[in-house]
Design a protein around this ligand. Structure first.
Ligand code: NI
Length: 745
C-alpha cells in the first residue's frame, strides 16, 4: 500500500463503521489548502429547512480549520426515528474530529505532498443514483434463454414475453442474474389482466399508512364496509374485480398514478386507469376510515387525469409487475430504499395473500423443473381469448427465482397450460446457466470508481477500502479481476463502445463479497491525434489476409460497399446497442455522399477500410489507375473522418500478384474473408444467420454488405449467434494484432 493512501482509507473505514451500509459514496477533493470530504448517506426525506439545518451542523471547520465535511442525502427512503438521526449526526461529528486529527498530523509532515496525492485521480463528485429499471436493462441477458431454446428445439410462441431471474445471496441482501426472451421484460405489448391487482393493494397500504392507519383500518364505502386487509386479500387471492375497483376508489387514481406509480418509486411505465367490475373508478365516493378510536372522513374525490397510457387501458410490463411482488415477498432482506413504506405486519399479510393466490399457471412446470413442490408467491392474470399472465417469486429450498410470462391465449390454451410448459423450460435453463456477475442495488463498503478517457484508450480506476480482490464489468462485458489488496485497481482498454454504460464493481475480502457498486458512466470517443492520416503509410511486404488466428476467440464482422444513407446508420444503431465493433470497407463515391455517416462509423469506434472509389475490378487496372482508385479514397477518408485505412478489400474479391504488391507500396494489406454470407445474392436474413451459424469460428472474417435491408434485419441475430459461440466481435485491426494472421502469397 502506498503511504499516502492511508488517511483516505482510514477515514473510509471510520465512516463505513459509523453509518454502516447507509453510505452510498464517499468522495474527497483536495484544494491546495483544504481537504473536502463529501459523504452521501441513505437518509430520510427532509424538508429544505431541515436539510439546511443538518448541513450547517455537519459542515464546519474542524481541527486545523482545513477540513470541510459535507453530507449529501440520498432521499426518498423511510423516515428513521429522530433518535437514529441524532446518532448519525453525532457519529459524523466524530468523523470530522478524527479527520481533523490526521490532517493536522500530516500537515506537520508534508502538506503539499499530501494535498497532491489526494487530488488525483478519483471522483470528486458523488455519483448520481442510477434507476434500478435502467440498470437491469443494461445487465439483463438477452441471449442465453433464446439460444437454450433453439438448441433444444423449443419454439417460443409468437408474442410471448418471458422475464426471469435467479436470486442468490449478494452483499448484505439478495442479488440477481436477469434473463429475458421473446418480447422480454420491458415490453408493454400484452394485456396485464389481473396481475396488476398487486399494485393498488400496495399503494392502498402506503396510502392508509400516510393517513395514520394500518391494514386493520375499516373502510366504509357506500355499498359495503370491510377491513382493508380483507378487501386486499380478496382482490389478490381470489382476484375479485369488485374489491380491486374498491381499492382504486380508496387510493384514488390520481394518487396512484402521480405519487405511487412513478419513476422515482421504481415504476416508470405502469399506469392504471381501468376498473374491472364496472364501478366508476374515476370518482371516489365519500369514505370513512376507522381503526380503534381513530376515525377520518374523506370527501368525494375526482381524478384529474394523466396521459402515459393510451386508450384508457392499463399499461404495465413484466419487469414492473414482478418488481411489486419481489419487493413485497423479499421485503425483510431489502435495503430501506427498496422497501415499500408499509408496516411489517401488513407486509407479512400481503405476502401471505400472494403466496396463497389462486393456483399458479407455473405450478406443474415449476415442480417438474425443480423436482419438488415449490412455494409460489404470485399474482396470475387471465382474459379469455387475450392473454395468460403470471408473475411471482418461486421458492424451492435454497433455490429462488423470479419468473414472469405473458402469452397470448391462442398459444397458451384457454386454461393457460402453455405457461406451465414454458415455466418448466425456463427454470430448467436457469439451473444450467453459466455463472455471471450478479446485479443488486449498491451495498457494502464504499466504492469509488471512475472511467477516464486517456490518449489512445480508456482507463478505469477503482478504490475499495479493505478489498483483496476486485472485478469490474461494463454492462455485461467483463473487464477482468485484479487480485491482492491494492490502494487502487486499474484497467486499460483501447476500444470501448461510446455511449452511456453501467459500470459494475464487485469486491471481496478473504473470499467473501464485501461490496457491490454500479454507476452510470459516459464513454467518450478516444481522441485520435489530429490529421496523423496525412502522412503516407510506409510500404509493407505484400500480403493477403483471409482470417485471424484460430486461437483467439474473436471474429470480425465486415460491411462492404457503403456508407449507405439509410442502412448504415441502422447497422451502427444495432452495433451500439449490442456493444459490438465492426469494420466498414467504404467506397469513396459513397463516403463523399454520406460524410456524416462515415464520421459516425469512426466516432463509434469502428474501423474504416478502403473498398476503392468506384468499385472497380482491380485486376483490369494499370498501376496509375490502381493508385488513383485507391489513393483517392485514402485521402477522402482522412479528410472526412481523420483516419487512414490500413486494409484494402478488392471489389468482387478479385486480386492478383500485381494488385497485392501495388497495395503494399501504398502501405495497404489486401483483406479477404473466410465466411461469405452471400447477402448480396439471396437477400434472406435467415440464410445469413444460418451461414454465420454454420461457418463462423474463432478468427473468422465475415463478409456482409451495409446496403441491404435484409442484412440489417439479420444483424442482431448474427451478433447473438456469434456470442453464443463465445466469440468477441472486434474490428479487423484488433483481430489481426498482435496475433499471427494467416496469409497467402
Ligand atoms: Ni463490394
Amino acid at each position: 500500500m502506498r503511504d499516502d493512501d492511508r488517511p483516505i482509507q482510514r477515514l473510509q473505514r471510520v465512516i463505513a463503521r459509523l453509518i454502516g451500509t447507509g453510505v452510498q459514496q464517499v468522495t474527497y477533493q483536495s484544494k491546495p489548502s483544504a481537504l473536502q470530504v463529501e459523504v452521501t448517506v441513505t437518509a430520510p426525506t427532509l424538508t429544505e429547512r431541515q436539510r439546511r439545518q443538518w448541513q450547517r451542523q455537519l459542515t464546519g471547520q474542524v481541527g486545523s480549520r482545513e477540513i470541510h465535511l459535507r453530507v449529501c442525502l440520498e432521499t426518498g427512503q423511510k423516515q428513521p426515528s429522530l433518535r437514529r438521526r441524532w446518532a448519525t449526526v453525532m457519529g459524523l461529528g466524530w468523523v470530522a474530529l478524527m479527520a481533523g486529527g490526521w490532517w493536522w498530523h500530516s500537515a506537520q509532515t508534508s502538506p503539499i505532498a499530501k494535498a497532491k496525492s489526494l487530488r488525483a485521480p478519483l471522483v470528486t463528485r458523488p455519483t448520481p443514483p442510477v434507476s434500478w429499471a435502467w440498470s437491469v436493462q443494461r445487465v439483463i441477458d438477452r441471449e442465453f434463454l433464446p439460444q437454450w431454446f433453439r438448441r433444444r428445439g423449443v419454439r417460443l410462441p409468437r408474442e410471448t414475453a418471458v422475464y426471469a431471474a435467479r436470486i442468490a445471496p449478494g452483499v448484505a441482501g439478495p442479488a440477481y442474474a436477469f434473463y429475458e426472451a421473446g418480447l422480454g421484460a420491458f415490453s408493454q405489448d400484452f394485456w396485464p389482466a389481473s396481475t396488476v391487482k398487486v399494485l393498488p393493494a400496495i399503494a392502498a397500504l402506503e396510502w392508509v399508512h400516510r393517513q395514520g392507519f394500518s391494514g386493520d383500518v375499516t373502510v366504509a364505502f357506500p355499498q359495503l364496509q370491510d377491513r382493508l386487509m380483507v378487501i386486499l386479500d380478496r382482490s389478490i387471492r381470489e382476484s375479485s374485480n369488485l374489491d380491486y375497483d374498491l381499492t382504486l376508489q380508496l387510493v384514488g387514481l390520481d394518487w396512484l398514478n402521480h405519487h405511487f406509480l412513478t419513476p422515482e418509486r421504481g415504476f416508470p411505465t405502469t399506469t392504471l386507469q381501468r376498473g374491472y367490475s364496472g364501478l366508476n373508478v374515476y370518482t371516489s365516493p365519500p369514505l370513512t376510515l376507522q381503526e380503534g378510536h381513530r376515525r377520518k372522513t374523506l370527501p368525494r374525490r375526482s381524478a384529474q387525469g394523466w396521459n402515459r397510457c393510451p386508450r384508457r387501458g392499463n399499461c404495465a410490463n413484466l419487469f414492473e409487475l414482478t418488481e411489486a411482488i419481489r419487493r413485497v415477498v423479499l421485503h425483510r432482506e431489502l435495503s430501506s430504499a427498496e422497501q415499500f413504506r408499509i408496516a411489517d405486519a401488513d407486509i407479512a399479510r400481503l405476502t401471505a395473500s400472494l403466496c396463497q393466490a389462486e393456483p399458479s399457471f407455473f405450478a406443474a412446470g415449476a415442480q417438474a423443473a425443480l423436482r419438488q413442490t415449490p412455494r409460489i408467491c404470485h399474482k396470475p392474470g387471465w382474459v379469455l381469448h387475450r392473454h395468460c399472465v403470471d408473475s411471482g417469486v418461486i421458492i424451492a429450498g435454497q433455490e429462488r427465482y423470479l419468473l414472469a410470462i405473458a402469452m397470448p391465449a391462442w398459444s397458451a390454451g384457454d386454461d393457460c397450460q402453455g405457461l406451465s410448459r414454458l415455466a418448466q423450460q425456463v427454470l430448467t435453463a436457469l439451473r444450467q446457466a453459466p455463472p455471471t456477475l450478479l446485479h443488486q442495488p449498491n451495498q457494502g463498503e464504499p466504492v469509488q470508481a471512475q472511467l477516464l478517457t486517456r490518449p489512445g484508450g480508456h482507463e478505469l480506476v477503482v478504490r475499495v477500502a479493505g478489498a483483496d480482490r476486485v472485478a469490474v464489468w461494463l454492462d455485461r462485458e467483463p473487464w477482468g479481476e485484479r487480485p491482492g489488496p491494492q490502494p487502487e485497481y486499474r484497467w486499460f482498454k483501447r476500444r470501448v463502445t461510446p455511449g452511456e454504460r453501467l459500470l459494475r464493481v464487485q469486491a471481496w475480502r478473504e473470499g467473501k463479497p464485501i461490496a457491490y457498486h454500479s454507476q452510470k458512466v459516459v464513454v467518450r470517443p478516444v481522441e485520435e491525434p489530429p490529421l496523423s492520416c496525412e502522412t503516407p503509410l510506409s510500404p509493407i511486404a505484400a500480403q493477403v489476409i483471409y482470417r485471424g488466428s484460430r486461437r483467439k476467440s474473436q471474429v470480425a464482422l465486415s460491411f462492404d460497399d457503403g456508407p449507405h444513407g439509410r442502412y448504415t446508420p441502422r447497422i451502427l444503431d444495432i452495433l451500439r446497442q449490442e456493444g459490438a465493433l465492426a469494420t466498414f470497407f467504404v467506397q469513396g463515391r459513397m463516403a463523399r455522399q454520406h460524410p456524416g455517416v462515415l464520421r459516425r462509423i469512426q466516432a463509434e469506434g469502428h474501423e474504416i477500410g478502403n473498398h476503392t472509389t468506384h468499385h472497380v475490378r482491380l485486376t483490369l487496372l494499370d498501376a496509375a489507375q490502381f493508385r488513383q482508385e485507391v489513393a483517392t479514397t485514402q485521402a477522402l477518408v482522412c479528410r472526412l473522418a481523420g483516419v487512414q485505412p490500413r486494409y484494402l478489400r478488392p471489389p468482387f474479391g478479385h486480386y492478383d500478384f500485381k494488385t497485392a504488391s501495388w497495395a503494399a507500396e501504398l502501405g495497404l494489406t489486401l483483406l479477404m474473408w473466410d465466411v461469405d454470407t452471400r447477402d448480396w445474392q439471396h437477400r434472406n436474413p435467415q440464410r445469413i444467420i444460418q451461414i454465420v451459424q454454420q461457418q463462423a469460428q474463432p478468427g473468422s472474417i465475415i463478409l456482409m454488405h451495409d446496403i441491404f435491408g435484409s442484412t440489417v434485419e439479420a444483424l442482431a441475430a448474427v451478433i447473438a449467434t456469434l456470442r453464443a459461440k463465445n466469440l468477441e466481435l472486434v474490428t479487423v485491426g484488433q483481430l489481426l494484432a498482435p496475433g499471427e494472421p494467416i496469409t497467402r502469397r
